[in-house]
Design a protein around this ligand. Structure first.
Ligand code: AMP
Length: 312
């Protein structure tokens, strides 16, 4: 049975340019990508802030998908806007503009019915605010967080304090390096594991994602897609699939966390197939199941049938 899943983070209007097209003021934000992805697996409780200009029909659609918006406050002013442009190979992006608007004064207030949340995702916001969320929730079973370079440099001490209170941090490889000062991803992971979390997920874009635990490493490839339009939100959709799977199974044991990695990779792969959250509007549970199952084919091989390596 699914138990409660809480996400706190940005709800945005994104303007994105890739070699394959562009969007203007399309729905986005880490908490939105997370919610769309997770909603295929579990109900979601969302805490965020929007301005008066945020399209009401977009909020309604989130509700239709089982996202509880009691924690979304509408403030006078402009919604958070982010503008980005990707390089030809989609491997690099430049932030052209960040307009914080009402997000500048965001102080997450967790509504009473959300405080019992069992699974909590702290999307990329000021680590002080991430800590304030943890003060407001009662006894979550599993907390994961994201962050970005801005906080790694600007609020390092607070971020290190946050690390002591989370079960898992999900970052991309550049962030893992900057946080730890280690270039090698496994060494970076070990450095982070020594500072609190029992699990580190390092997202590596087209190369997949690595789950690092103290004694073990697990790897999930990126789904082999022939068409990628817009990588925005892939990491947040990954987190949504990962946490959505944990919440629907209410199981954060090691084997289930490996399955969660696959649901993360599945939802991340859908996110990049269209601009904004549009791919999620096209698919249903059947597509999610088919793609998640396809991963077992992608990574399975029969080692036992290979002859022993000849003795030298
Ligand atoms: P990702 O591609 O995983 O980095 O996520 C992209 C999403 O993050 C976009 O939808 C943006 O609206 C949102 N975003 C960009 N900058 C920030 C920021 N400084 N704080 C919070 N969210 C942001």
């Amino acid at each position: 049975m699914s138990v409660s899943l809480l996400v706190v983070g940005s709800v945005a209007l994104d303007s994105v340019e890739t070699p394959f097209g562009s969007t203007a003021d399309a729905i986005g934000g880490a908490a939105v990508f997370f919610s769309y992805a997770a909603s295929f697996l579990s109900p979601v409780q969302l805490v965020g802030v929007v301005g008066k200009d945020f399209p009401a029909d977009e909020l309604q659609e989130l509700e239709t998908r089982g996202v509880d918006l009691q924690g979304v406050v509408q403030m006078p002013g402009e919604s958070f806007r982010w503008k980005g442009k990707y390089s030809y190979d989609l491997q690099n992006r430049e932030t052209l503009e960040t307009r914080l608007g009402v997000f500048a004064d965001f102080k997450p207030k967790i509504p009473a019915p959300f405080r019992d949340a069992r699974y909590v995702f702290l999307a990329n916001i000021d680590p002080e605010l991430q800590l304030s969320v943890l003060d407001q929730v009662k006894k979550p079973a599993f907390v994961a967080c994201d962050t970005m370079n801005y906080w790694i440099h600007g609020k390092r001490d607070v971020l290190l304090q946050l690390l002591r209170s989370v079960d898992c941090i999900m970052v991309n490889d550049a962030e893992a390096r900057e946080l730890s000062g280690e270039w090698n991803v496994y060494r970076a992971g070990r450095w982070i594991l020594e500072r609190g979390p029992t699990r580190v997920v390092v997202k590596q874009g087209v190369y997949g994602a690595v789950l690092l635990e103290r004694e073990r490493v697990f790897y999930v490839p990126a789904y082999p897609l022939e068409e990628v339009y817009d990588p925005t939100g892939a990491g947040d959709a990954f987190a949504g699939g990962f946490m959505g799977h944990l919440a629907r199974t209410n199981d954060a044991t090691a084997p289930n966390i490996r399955r969660a990695m696959v649901y993360g990779a599945t939802m991340g792969s859908f996110a990049v197939e269209r601009f904004s959250v549009n791919r999620f509007r096209e698919i249903g549970p059947a597509e999610v199941t088919v793609r998640a199952r396809a991963f077992s084919e992608l990574v399975h091989f029969d080692f036992e049938s290979s002859p022993a390596v000849p003795a030298g």
